[in-house]
Write a protein that binds this ligand. Structure first.
Ligand code: JFZ
Length: 587
């Protein structure tokens, strides 16, 4: 590759290493701007299940289980659950306390369960009397009061809505103990409850930051009806990834990790992980396994360093109070956020991966080092950062510049004796230019194959490292030759290798051509359909030659521009081809 082209690839690689914004599709990126900036939200799971607190007639939901699922766990008859729900009367509820706690914790948005799977609405619904105003002595609209309190405190107000699952409604999904699944008319449920309630929420509580749908829905067409309703009534309102079928392509504005999920490496497509503070979303009087403030802070840093948002849950009690331990943890997290928020808000994924001592986030020409463990010699070593470090300081002590060294491409920052923070100690690096990575090459043990995937590769152009609950981590969203995945190899065993590629491809993508370039060779192959969205299959691409020891770049990209995805790429394996038991060597 000539120098000009290699510079182009480096710049492209550099661009690929730039924060997720650089890879975000141009259309719609303004919609997501607040979400990508704000990083940290409060999830509120609240409903009649709080009255049970994880126990029904002496039976307790298993520890670490979801107390809001108690009706399903114990197949509580609708009539009994409804009777219980009449007793919900959160007389100690103070919406201002919720909004103030979110603000104190450094949370910028709040998502409250307007209707969870039990079908009970925590707002004054005209569609169903099974709601907090008409069904209980409380007679106040929780969603309304929270929306007003959030606006007063400058917290973006959002709602969760379970659009498919409804154990109260005879035609909703999920209740097989009161209702015969064979007799359900799900379309009737959508038409008479789910979509009308969605319309109520979109027209009665002011501008919503996002709708947090849950547990997908059977068809893309059904999901599209909710998407179209949101876009019609509140075009700026974001939609999370769970609006659509988990096995299908992302229909929302961003992807959701599994509950409490965390990606293995940085993702290019923006994502959010919902996480609990103990082991349950809804209140469980027996679950006192609270995460520590340091643990929450380190989770936050981990999530933001990999290009995502942190939606952290509280499960209010039946009387309307927030469990004291959860409030205490959030207050402590807020203390850290008030001092270190600059290293979280508005930052982007770290281009240089993670370190044994911690993580990093980037913003402008600053790299924020988040030290979780203090190295024995007190030096934070940063490998893989291409940029020169112009200066360094503790975020908490900007006036005290820290000693910076550089040896063999590794920058070192000497930590001061004071200023250590049990959550994350933040060191700021002022660097020359936008932070760029020099990624470690992919190496091989003797005679061992190269396994190239989304973790050890880089993406460029529109190609994106992504997650799908069913499809797991993969590379997708590539449709033109400049949308590339590439790997820098360090070959220690030149010779003949058998190339195998593993991907998923829908029928409509079959026949599209892709190119693999390596060591001056160019393979051009056609995509074969593998079944549905995320059905991965492996394909033998034949033999290739890794001509010599040393550096070698492998790149994969669409052969020509097309309207669709090329494939969901899982991995490319280069297996040494042995001849009579010996590696088919060239030397
Ligand atoms: C769902 C709900 O069932 C649960 O009650 C809670 O509201 C949670 C936030 O969302 O639970 C899920 C949904 C998706 C996954 C796991 C639990 N998932 O994708 O692995």
């Amino acid at each position: 590759m000539d120098a000009r082209k290699s510079l182009w690839m480096m710049l492209l690689l550099g661009a690929a290493c730039l924060p997720a914004e650089a890879a975000e599709p141009a259309a719609g990126s303004d919609r997501m701007a607040w979400f990508r900036h704000d990083k940290f939200g409060m999830f509120v799971h609240w409903g009649p299940y709080a009255l049970l607190g994880g126990e029904w007639k002496g039976h307790r939901t298993p520890s670490g289980d979801e107390a809001e699922w108690i009706m399903q766990r114990f197949n509580i008859p609708v009539a009994e659950y409804r009777e219980m729900a009449h007793g919900l009367n959160p007389v100690k509820f103070d919406a201002g306390q919720f909004a103030k706690l979110a603000k104190a914790a450094g949370m910028k948005y709040l998502v409250v369960t307007a209707k969870h799977h039990d079908g009970f609405a925590m707002y004054h619904s005209k569609v169903s009397r099974y709601n907090i105003v008409d069904w209980t002595p409380f007679k106040r609209d929780i969603v309304k009061e929270l929306s007003e309190a959030c606006r007063k405190e400058g917290i973006r107000f959002c709602v969760y809505y379970s659009h498919r699952e409804d154990w109260d409604d005879a035609n909703g999904y999920g209740n097989h103990w009161d209702y015969d699944p064979a007799k359900k008319d799900f379309e009737k449920y959508l038409r008479e409850k789910s979509l009308p309630q969605m319309r109520e929420l979109l027209t009665s509580y002011g501008p919503l930051g996002l709708i947090w749908f849950d547990r997908g829905i059977d068809t893309t067409a059904q999901a599209q009806r909710f998407i179209d309703l949101v876009h019609e009534l509140q075009p700026q309102c974001l939609i999370n990834g769970r609006v659509g079928n988990y096995a299908h392509e992302l229909l929302g504005d961003y992807q959701n990790m599994n509950d409490n999920g965390m990606p293995t490496g940085g993702l290019d497509e923006y994502w959010e992980t919902p996480q609990t503070l103990n082991g349950t979303w809804g209140y469980n009087r027996y679950d006192q396994e609270w995460k520590t403030p340091a643990n929450v802070i380190q989770r936050m840093v981990e999530i933001v360093s990999k290009g995502g948002n942190y939606l952290l849950n509280i499960g209010p009690m039946a009387d309307g109070t927030i469990p004291a331990p959860s409030a205490a943890v959030l207050e402590r997290v807020g203390e850290w956020m008030r001092k270190n928020g600059e290293s979280i808000y508005g930052t982007a994924a770290c281009p240089v991966g993670q370190f044994a001592w911690g993580r990093c986030t980037v913003k402008g020409e600053r790299v924020y080092l988040h030290a979780f463990q203090r190295p024995g010699d007190g030096v934070l070593r940063v490998s893989g950062l291409r940029n020169e470090v112009k200066s360094a300081w503790l975020l908490q002590a900007p006036g005290q510049k820290l000693e910076v060294s550089r040896q063999d491409g590794v920058a070192g920052v000497k930590l001061p004796a004071q200023g250590w923070d049990e959550g994350s100690t933040v060191v700021v690096l002022e660097v020359a230019g936008k932070p760029e990575a020099v990624l470690d090459p992919v190496t091989q043990g003797s005679d061992s194959p190269f396994h190239l995937d989304m973790v050890n590769g880089q993406t460029a152009g529109g190609a994106m490292k992504r997650f799908n609950r069913d499809g797991k981590f993969h590379i997708g969203r590539w449709s033109k030759p400049e949308d590339q995945a590439s790997w820098d190899l360090l070959v220690s065993q030149p010779g003949r290798y058998r190339a195998r590629i593993r991907y998923a491809a829908r029928q409509e993508w079959a026949g599209r051509k892709f190119v693999i370039e390596l060591g001056g060779q160019r393979l051009e192959k056609a995509v074969a359909a593998t079944g549905d969205w995320y059905e991965y299959k492996s394909f033998d691409l034949g033999l290739v030659t890794l001509p010599k020891k040393g550096a070698l770049r492998v790149a994969i990209h669409p052969a020509e521009a097309g309207k669709d995805n090329l494939m969901y790429f899982d991995s490319l394996t280069l297996e040494p081809e042995t001849v009579g038991g010996r590696l088919g060597r060239l030397d």
